[in-house]
Ligand binder design. Structure first.
Ligand SMILES: [Zn+2]
Length: 456
């Protein structure tokens, strides 16, 4: 059997040759997929974003470059209303980092400071390490962690469940007098890969430096403690928070032909952590959303309602892009049919999840049924399901105030292996997956913008 990705371009050529006036027009889904697999525009954009711009943390020159680059690409594609909407973003910088065990045996540790962490005193700090497996275990030790470095060695039980240790570990340990907090990286596997990510301080407690260690090093220290050995560590984190920096969300539109004031919003976030290339998180979401707009534009598919693209700034450590958008666009909320976000990597899309936190259970179920009725057939070629679920961090502020949210959810078989690590690089991304996802997103946005569907 000829693979579908080869068959489509072949069919495109044949149908062009055999075109007769009586022939039925090709379905939009098929045209979008053929064009996505012909151009592979999302893949070449991602290569540029990763290879030539690199990682893009808020406040970095690379994020500024990415904002300029994305606008240029969208203008070149002929999209309407390409502009930026300014936002001030946090400006945290990592600085120099190092950690080593002095006792019971010398080991150099591979770690990454957590976003928002304070630094250690100049020259670092040296203290004993206490390994715990949960907040409860640490609280039982109480004053015994005073003056020590607490390591939360918590095995991965899914991102949502385990990430609380990264968010809250520092303040929970500071409450008992710890001088620093380390967390086992939040991920299912490791090739000596520490995972960074944002953390939050409880303003009522002292701020202590905090970092993620690898699974290898967390389990090493756990074994040392189990043998009753004293673990002594020298830790240096050069992190600091500078004054807020100017940044921006990037916007572009395909104006609707009949109801231009009704908006189907699609989005991804342009910023990333300051390690790797931010290829999966969220370079992939950024480029498929850009490509979806370009596919519709280049095939002349002008929808009845407006399709608006937003590339968010500062998803990773502040959400200022999504918060500023909510404030600036509140008057427009009733006109936003849905706000979609893609931020779960580059693997193939599995579902579009409808997020209606303010609606009743009955209203949600009926909205899902309407979505299936209106768009089920159109989306069938992509094999994606419609479900109820979460939408996305950046659209979240709007969605919590009643704008219908949609999460474009991708298979994430390896997403959390490399999430927020040095390994989140372009080589892990499959070219055909990106083309497929861009076509699926374009088809979904177009079908919704063609319909009269409204959610509660
Ligand atoms: Zn993300």
């Amino acid at each position: 059997m000829i693979p579908r990705r080869l068959l489509l371009p072949l069919l495109a050529t044949l149908s062009l040759a055999a075109q007769a006036p009586t022939e039925a027009p090709r379905p939009v889904a098929e045209r979008l997929e053929a064009e996505a697999f012909r151009t592979h525009g999302a893949y070449s954009d991602l290569a540029w974003l990763c290879d030539r711009i690199g990682h893009r943390l808020s406040g970095s020159p690379q994020l500024d470059q990415a904002i300029t680059w994305a606008q240029g690409r969208l203008r070149a594609a002929g999209l309407a209303n390409v502009h930026t909407e300014p936002v001030l973003v946090p400006h945290w910088v990592r600085g120099r980092e190092s950690a080593q065990l002095l006792l019971p045996a010398p080991h150099r540790l591979n770690l990454l400071g957590l976003g928002g962490s304070v630094g250690t005193p100049a020259g670092g700090l040296t203290a004993d390490v206490v390994v715990v497996g949960s907040f409860e275990e640490m609280e039982k030790l109480g004053g015994a962690v005073q003056g020590k470095i607490v390591l939360f060695d918590v095995p991965y039980q899914g991102y949502g469940r385990t990430v609380v240790y990264r968010h809250a570990g520092a303040s929970r340990a500071a409450k008992y007098g710890a001088v620093a907090a380390l967390v086992r990286s939040v991920g299912p596997v490791s090739l000596d890969t520490p995972h960074t990510g944002v953390m939050d301080y409880d303003p009522a407690l002292p701020k202590i430096p905090t970092a993620a260690v690898t699974i290898e090093d967390a389990t090493l220290m756990r074994r040392m403690q189990q043998r009753g050995e004293r673990i002594r560590m020298q830790l240096e984190l050069g992190a600091e928070t500078l004054p807020d920096a100017p940044s921006a969300n990037v916007v572009a539109e395909l104006r609707g032909s009949e109801k231009p004031d009704e908006i189907v919003l699609i989005s991804g976030h342009l910023d990333s952590w300051d390690v790797g290339q931010g290829a999966q998180d969220d370079g992939a979401g950024t480029v498929i959303a850009m490509e979806a707009m370009r596919l519709l534009q280049s095939l002349g598919l002008q929808p009845r309602r407006t399709v608006r693209l937003v590339l968010w700034t500062n998803e990773e450590n502040g959400l200022r892009g999504g918060l500023a958008y909510r404030e600036a666009h509140r008057a427009e909320f009733r006109k936003i049919v849905a706000a979609l976000e893609t931020d779960s990597g580059s693997e193939r899309v599995k579902s579009f999840d409808l997020d209606l936190p303010k609606a009743s259970a009955e209203a949600r179920a009926s909205a899902l049924a309407s979505l299936n009725t209106a768009l089920g057939t159109t989306m069938a070629p992509f094999g994606v399901a419609f479900r109820l679920g979460g939408s996305g961090a950046d659209v979240g502020p709007m969605v919590r105030e009643g704008v219908p949210g949609i999460g474009m959810e991708h298979a994430a078989t390896h997403y959390f292996d490399i999430h927020h690590t040095q390994a989140d690089t372009f080589d892990k991304v499959d070219r055909d997956d990106l083309a497929f996802n861009a076509a699926a997103l374009a088809n979904f946005a177009y079908a919704l913008a063609q319909s009269d569907l409204r959610f509660p």
